[in-house]
Design a protein around this ligand. Structure first.
Ligand SMILES: Nc1nc2c(ncn2[C@@H]2O[C@H](COP(=O)(O)OP(=O)(O)OP(=O)(O)O)[C@@H](O)[C@H]2O)c(=O)[nH]1
Ligand code: SF4
Ligand SMILES: [Mg+2]
Length: 407
């Protein structure tokens, strides 16, 4: 069983804390092997050390040991930024403290960052065999943080900690595309423009996935090109529950769909499924706050073959300049990692991330949040700049409330 679950699909549990707190010792105790090097000289762990294991009763996980968050010097800073990246990719963090120390700014900053990234964590006071500093305990109590006390030297309370962590690691949530929006016998109309951008002889993934999920819910799926939409709607004897369109055709489609029929786009469904629609509303709100000279990052997760009039390289920058009427500096980047200078940007407009796993897309959103840079994806931004908001998000409560906060 341990070997059959790929690492990318396992929950990642990160051991984080200051140098010498006992992160490597604790990870070794979890796996029952001396995998990560332990030594009394601070800064022993430099690169993240990963190990897959079965954490019962939870299931398959990856444990990740990291370098200290208080590392020093130029190299130390590089290690810290690597550690921050690893932490932001984590599903759960074990914050390890040396029971002899007081709480420092390193830990309180880490707690703040974890809150901001919405990553659950548990505090572990290590080295209980040496006695515990009560100031440390009081500081944790003052912050209303639960903690466990262990010793990696004599093994005290390690078993209980493993059981506790196993219960605290968040289980996978169900992320529906449309199954929560429709029910049996509902009619769903999908608008699929077949233009030059459409792949020859097939439909694109979001369309195929939507059809499949709608069929799984026993709904009736009607698929039409935008030109046939009006006639498709007229031929129905019942009102459809929902119309879903490609975002580039949203305005043409909106004109043909009566106001009392909910309308959204494939990109918005995908944004909710893979990204974070509520967070993307903050990105939308940022568009109208942009000023002359502001930097905007257009990020693509892969280097797909660019077409003439490419959406990321040409259309999004053009629409953004037209919409804002500002002289913006727009950087277009593609690749597996975000650029390092994220905080220089006022806004990130990200591709749909069809080649990314949900987790990888979530990591990018977390990194943007971490740097306080609002993020939105192409489809949601296009719907906004084409005047289709708030109509296209009206059926999503959390998104519409975020929208209403600002508008
Ligand atoms: N007395 C006592 N010493 C411990 C305990 N856990 C770890 N140590 C010692 O603390 C020192 C640091 O342990 P490590 O596990 O290397 O700490 P680390 O947090 O991984 O340190 P870096 O990799 O340098 O960031 C070593 O000398 C360990 O033997 C414990 O529970 N009790
Ligand atoms: S949307 Fe998909 S194909 Fe396009 S850049 Fe992003 S990951 Fe690549
Ligand atoms: Mg270490």
């Amino acid at each position: 069983m341990t070997k059959t679950v790929p690492q990318s699909e396992r929950k990642h549990i990160i051991f984080a804390g200051r140098r010498n707190a006992g992160k490597s010792s604790l990870m070794n105790k979890f796996i029952g092997q001396d995998l990560s090097i332990v030594s009394s000289s601070p800064g022993t762990t430099t690169d993240p050390v990963k190990k897959s294991m079965e954490l019962l009763p939870f299931g398959p996980v990856v444990l990740v040991d990291t370098a200290g968050i208080d590392d020093e010097g130029e190299l130390g800073e590089k290690r810290i930024s690597k550690t921050v990246k690893v932490i932001s990719e984590g599903d759960f963090v074990i914050v390890v403290l040396d029971g002899q120390n007081n709480l420092s700014k390193y830990e309180t900053e880490l707690f703040d960052q974890l809150h901001q990234l919405e990553i659950p964590y548990h505090v572990v006071i290590n080295k209980s065999d040496l006695g515990i500093n009560y100031e440390l305990v009081n500081s944790l109590k003052g912050l209303k943080l639960n903690y466990s006390t262990v010793s990696c030297v004599n093994g005290d309370s390690i078993h209980q900690l493993k059981e506790k962590v196993s219960k605290l690691v968040p289980d996978e949530l169900d992320h529906p595309l449309i199954s929560d929006l429709v029910k049996q016998h509902d009619i769903v109309v999908l608008v699929v423009p077949i233009d030059l951008g459409a792949p020859k002889g097939r439909l694109i993934m979001p369309q195929v996935q939507t059809i499949r999920e709608a069929l799984d819910e026993d709904t009736i799926v009607v698929v039409a090109k935008d030109k046939e939409l009006r006639s498709a709607l007229n031929s129905l004897s019942r009102k459809p529950k929902l119309v879903i369109t490609d975002s580039q055709a949203i305005m043409r489609v909106a004109a043909d769909v009566p106001e009392d029929i909910p309308l959204t786009t494939f990109s918005i469904l995908m944004a909710r499924y893979k990204g974070d629609l509520k967070e993307y509303m903050k990105g939308i709100n940022r568009i109208d706050e942009l000023e002359n000279g502001d930097k905007v990052l257009v990020a693509e997760a892969c280097s797909h073959h660019a077409q003439e009039d490419d959406i990321g390289k040409v259309k999004i920058p053009r629409w953004l300049r037209l919409h804002t009427k500002k002289d913006l500096q727009i950087d277009i980047k593609n690749g597996h990692d975000f650029p390092e200078n994220l905080k220089d940007y006022k806004l990130i407009i990200h591709c749909g991330g069809c080649m990314l796993t949900r987790k990888a897309m979530q990591v990018r959103i977390k990194q943007a949040k971490f740097m306080n840079v609002p993020i939105v994806n192409y489809g949601v931004a296009i719907s906004y700049m084409h005047g289709a908001m708030p109509r296209a998000i009206e059926i999503f409560e959390d998104a519409i409330s975020e929208w209403n906060n600002k508008n």
